[in-house]
Design a protein around this ligand. Sequence first.
Ligand SMILES: [Zn+2]
Length: 137
Amino acid sequence: MHEYSLVQDLIAQVTGLARARGASRVVRITVGVGELAGVDPDLFATAFDTFRSAGHLGEAELALRRIPASWVCSRCRRTLERGAVLRCPECAEPGRLAAGDELLLERIELEVSEPQALRGAGTPPALDAESGRRRPG
Ligand SMILES: [Zn+2]
């Protein structure tokens, strides 16, 4: 199924990013699904449930954000009203799809077990007595 291969690609991408950042866990993934992307969000979510046990994604939450389709004039770029004739009232140019056919990995929330890994290279490591102590909360 189409959604299944898309989800497998997504999981491979997220797993790679999580590894690259030294994440211990992926908390949440936000994916933008265009209205005209040809992706069924329900099927996509079902496929995610099926495949997420791979990699770091056992407990990850999937959030799907639907992106409505929108059109702009191909000449003056003004946004055209949807539902009406997709032609610019100013230039009479046909509309061009500006959004709604995309499938985007928008955001990944990671849990990193070693916060030091996120520090910039310029930050010296903490070597004092407090370094081993856990922060409250
Ligand atoms: Zn125009």
